[in-house]
Design a protein around this ligand. Structure first.
Ligand code: SF4
Ligand code: SF4
Length: 136
């Protein structure tokens, strides 16, 4: 199974390599989808944990015991791609790289694997082509 979480690091442990500790101790693959980490300030990671359910549970317990906030990422971005006019406005607010313009066709490319459901594109798109729903 694989699940996505937002890890919030307090300033005093923001430099701790918790991701490699989890991978090492619990046989869980940790894919970092997005990182906003600065030394001395609170940091956030959006991660995807892949492994058996028991090991993911233990990984989360380990992270929480280390002082890290772990919140499941349950939201999904919906996108009406057929109505897109490729104006490019949404790419300027998407910091994760999920929305980019094809340099040859100048069409919008949406990569759901990179999306961290921050909601910036929902507000930015003049045609209101994005919306956020909760996973079922
Ligand atoms: S919600 Fe929109 S802006 Fe945010 S990461 Fe996903 S595609 Fe990019
Ligand atoms: S802002 Fe809306 S219309 Fe413009 S490229 Fe993005 S999705 Fe398409």
């Amino acid at each position: 199974m694989n699940k996505r979480y937002v890890f919030t690091f307090p300033p005093d442990i923001v430099n701790r390599p918790i991701v490699s500790e989890i991978a090492k101790h619990f046989d869980v693959m940790v894919n970092i989808l997005n990182a906003d980490v600065t030394s001395g300030r609170e940091g956030k990671l959006v991660v995807e944990l892949e492994g058996i359910e028991e090991n993911i549970r233990k990984s989360l317990e380990y992270a929480v015991s280390a002082g890290i906030g772990c919140v499941p990422l349950l939201k999904q971005l919906q996108f009406d791609q057929e109505a897109c006019v490729a104006c490019g406005v949404c790419t300027s607010v998407c910091f994760s790289g999920a929305l980019t313009m094809d340099s040859e066709s100048w069409e919008l490319i949406y990569d759901p694997e990179q999306c961290v459901v921050c909601g910036r594109c929902v507000k930015a798109c003049p045609l209101r082509l994005f919306s956020i729903t909760m996973e079922g």
